[in-house]
Write a protein that binds this ligand. Structure first.
Ligand SMILES: Cc1cc2nc3c(=O)[nH]c(=O)nc-3n(C[C@H](O)[C@H](O)[C@H](O)COP(=O)(O)OP(=O)(O)OC[C@H]3O[C@@H](n4cnc5c(N)ncnc54)[C@H](O)[C@@H]3O)c2cc1C
Length: 345
């Protein structure tokens, strides 16, 4: 356990997984740690949602992208530690980082890449009576299985990007999609909002869900009309609450190192992945800088940059960037039969 690694990546979402691949490409001894039982990060929140905006990849389900990223991340056999939350990072006198998990394990590393997204996330809840009970039946915070919503009346509470995405995804398969939103205008991608407005979904603005009622299952929701202060009931089969997430950023707060936070959210840093602690780099949603793209595509660029910086930290004479992958000796060796076949054509 206490071998010192060149780089330890914390978080196994798109940024962490691509960092693991890229670190292998740069011949770094690599470890990746995530608190979940499987790799994939936030993609677990939307396995059955179609992703359209990753360059070079035609529409792909969240689950399939997760599998491809996982396979790619394992190309160079990094050490993978799952179901462990990193609680503290310290630096010893010889500059090595000491990474502690909630299980009390200690991992040593010359550099660290923070790819923790928004930290440990838990969905914001409303505090319904019988909330825990209904969470086992038809109260949801995300959509795991589209089939569960087929031919149902689905009530979505929220009006941000995720709520709009889910409403559009469910509208063709549900019997009816109803959205309740406190404000008078949805937010998100213009085209997605327009698509929703032009669909059969019913959007009830200036309303909020107050409580839900039923025995084993939610049968009706109590809706509050904010402007008139009136209340009414809606008969529903499934309820999705989409009010964002509470973030647990204990990792930054408990570490003796001084992590400088961005004024909006995430770690303040540069597009190269440098943050306020030398030797620790960041990638993906956990990093913020001018021009940052908070999307999967942005996470990939951050990952390559952070790994290149980590490589130089470990070996100051190393090239600043890796060669294009087709010139990479390790990949050529791994894919020898393919290269031999291509050279014969
Ligand atoms: C509903 C929804 C739909 C989306 N749709 C799209 C889309 O269509 N296209 C697109 O480009 N983007 C989309 N996104 C955004 C995209 O998912 C994120 O930009 C992307 O996942 C960020 O990747 P990441 O690796 O930085 O972080 P994450 O995917 O959040 O992964 C971070 C990982 O680190 C783990 N972690 C955090 N703290 C610790 C710790 N202390 N110890 C151990 N592990 C830790 C987390 O649990 C998580 O597994 C969507 C997001 C949501 C919520």
């Amino acid at each position: 356990m206490n071998d010192c690694y060149d780089v330890t990546i914390i978080g196994a979402g798109p940024a962490g997984l691509f960092s693991a691949f890229y670190a292998g490409l740069r011949q770094m001894k690599t470890k990746i740690i995530d608190n979940h039982s499987t790799l994939g990060g936030k993609l677990h929140v939307y396995p059955e949602k179609m992703i359209w905006d990753v360059g070079g990849i035609t529409p792909i389900l969240g689950e399939d992208l997760m599998l491809q990223l996982t396979e790619q991340a394992q190309t160079f056999d990094p050490t993978i530690i799952l179901e462990k939350t990193v609680t503290k990072i310290e630096q010893s006198e010889n500059q090595t980082f000491k990474i502690t998990t909630n299980a009390g394990e200690i991992h040593l590393s010359k550099t660290v890449i923070l790819a923790v997204g928004g930290g440990i996330l838990s969905p914001k809840k409303i505090g319904f009576s019988k909330e825990e009970h209904f969470e086992k039946t038809n109260l949801h915070y995300t959509v795991d299985k589209l089939a569960n919503f087929r031919d149902k009346t689905v009530l979505i509470s929220g009006g941000g990007k995720s709520a709009v995405d889910w409403a559009n995804t469910l509208e063709p398969i549900a019997k009816k999609v109803i959205m309740t939103y406190r404000k008078g205008e949805l937010t998100g991608h213009e085209a997605e909002i327009q698509r929703l407005i032009n669909s059969s979904a019913e959007i009830i603005y200036h309303t909020e869900i107050k409580d839900v009622e039923g025995d084993d299952y939610i049968e009706r929701a109590i809706i509050h009309q904010v402007e008139t202060d009136e209340r009414f009931h809606l008969e529903v089969d499934e309820v999705i609450i989409n009010h964002g997430y509470d973030r647990d950023n204990d990792l930054y707060e408990q570490s003796p190192l001084e992590f400088m936070m961005h004024e909006q959210h995430g770690l303040a840093g540069s597009a190269y992945g440098d943050i306020s602690v030398p030797g620790i780099f960041a990638a993906g949603d956990s990093l913020n800088y001018n021009g940052k793209l908070h999307l999967i595509a942005g996470a990939f660029q951050d990952a390559a940059n952070a790994v290149n910086r980590a490589k130089q930290w470990v070996e100051p004479d190393a090239d600043k960037v890796a060669m294009v992958s087709s010139h990479n000796a390790l990949l050529k060796e791994k894919n020898k039969p393919l290269f031999e076949q291509l050279s014969k054509q």
